[in-house]
Design a protein around this ligand. Structure first.
Ligand SMILES: Nc1ncnc2c1ncn2[C@@H]1O[C@H](COP(=O)(O)OP(=O)(O)OP(=O)(O)O)[C@@H](O)[C@H]1O
Ligand SMILES: [Mg+2]
Length: 390
């Protein structure tokens, strides 16, 4: 039996080849396994990233939404739901203009924000307005960013909306306080100048009244006296307004002050057909305030309410509290006010009442008093429906 060396070489060759093949296969398998684990790692990383993004998206207090190139809303986060009141289900695939207040100015703004994002990729708009599901108007700030498709063309935009209504309101209150301070200084001077001559006229009239027996003249004198008293009252209000007297503070239950105020206005001859409804919180925490001033505020607001219902309607007074604040709501179903009026009611001497009926100081004085107590006074009103002062 003889080995043919050639066959042997061929045989060995074959074995080596097979070993290589086997080894290659093993190697491939190992590579595959590595690839697979890479793939899993990348996938899980991707998922984590996605989780991060969606957490950020949903946890954000700002409203974040995506609007596609056909103006449909295609993404909507929890912040948007909180701010606007629409759930994701309700809003998705609705047109973006459902969020615009009804005014052509906002159509122009929409156009501007589309054009600007297409052109520059980005636009910010401050102090504009948007409408919630309930129809409330919010002051907002917008950050709009272009979303490109794979070729870089405009495919829609993402919009981040911050609700700055509260900030705006605070700003307005600061403006109002400043305005009052300036007017207060002027008023103090004027009131002082008027006050003294007035006092002297008043005492002369009283003197004459006592001496005169003529009916006609004494009737005229009473009219003069009434008018002087009226002017004196206004002047006193003016002085109070500019320099609210610092009466003693005491710990009182606001409910008691409300009851006193109601007692006072119920004597008004106009109240015969008025229906007073009260829901008073018996457990409000006591407040350290000047009771007379607060009383003045409630009386002012109640009298305004009486004027608004023209002696025929309902006035609702409600008090309640939470951990930080005591709230009092006075609601009437009277004439209500339009936007223009609402903006001016806290201005001194703003009055829509006939000359002689209102001086327009009631609410501005009340505003000053409440501010001094670190409180706030707000109004909601609709024309022909009524008003609520809180
Ligand atoms: N409850 C209300 N309903 C409708 N309008 C109101 C109400 N309260 C206030 N207003 C409007 O606000 C204006 C200003 O009120 P404010 O109390 O400051 O002055 P006034 O009532 O006109 O005069 P006064 O100094 O005698 O109080 C009113 O003239 C009225 O137009
Ligand atoms: Mg008034």
């Amino acid at each position: 039996y003889k080995y043919d060396p050639l066959i042997l070489v061929g045989f060995i060759d074959e074995i080596i080849e097979q070993i290589y093949a086997r080894y290659g296969m093993l190697h491939q398998k190992a590579q595959m396994r590595e690839l697979e684990s890479d793939r899993d790692r990348i996938a899980s990383k991707l998922e984590t990233n996605q989780q991060y993004l969606s957490n950020i998206l949903h946890a954000s207090d700002s409203a974040i939404m995506v609007i596609d190139e056909n103006e449909n809303i295609v993404a909507w986060n929890k912040g948007a739901e909180k701010i606007f009141g629409y759930t994701e289900e309700e809003i998705l695939n609705k047109k973006s203009h459902v969020l615009l207040p009804d005014n052509s100015r906002f159509k122009n703004e929409l156009k501007y924000s589309q054009d600007e994002t297409k052109k520059n990729g980005y636009v910010r708009i401050f102090d504009t307005e948007r409408k919630t599901k309930d129809g409330n108007i919010l002051t907002v700030q917008l950050n709009v960013t272009k979303l490109p498709d794979k070729d870089g063309n405009y495919a829609g935009r993402s919009v981040i909306i911050k609700d700055t209504t509260e900030v705006k309101k605070l700003q307005q209150q600061i403006d109002q306080s400043e305005k009052l301070a300036v007017i207060g200084q002027v008023a103090a001077g004027v009131a002082h100048e008027i006050g003294n001559p007035l006092a002297s006229i008043s005492s002369i009239v009283q003197l004459l009244q006592r001496q005169l027996k003529d009916d006609f003249v004494s009737e005229q004198l009473s009219t003069i006296k009434e008018n002087i008293d009226r002017i004196t009252r206004i002047v006193r209000e003016l002085v109070d307004f500019s320099r609210p007297p610092s009466y003693e503070k005491s710990f009182i239950q606001i409910t008691d002050v409300i009851k006193t105020a109601l007692g006072i206005v119920k004597y008004d001859k106009r109240v015969r057909k008025v229906n007073f409804e009260t829901q008073l919180d018996p457990d409000v925490p006591r407040l350290n305030i000047v009771p007379d001033q607060l009383l003045q505020v409630f009386v002012n607001i109640l009298i305004n309410a009486l004027d608004a219902i023209h002696g025929n309607g309902t006035i609702n007074v409600k008090s309640y509290h939470d951990n930080f604040n005591v709230m009092v709501e006075i609601t009437d179903n009277g004439t209500g006010m339009n936007e223009e009026t609402i903006e001016k009611i806290f201005d001194p001497f703003f009055s829509t009442k006939e000359v002689g009926k209102g001086t327009g100081l009631g609410l501005s004085v009340s505003y000053g008093i409440i501010k001094k107590m670190n409180g706030s006074i707000e109004v909601k009103s609709k024309l022909n429906e009524g008003s609520t002062f809180t």
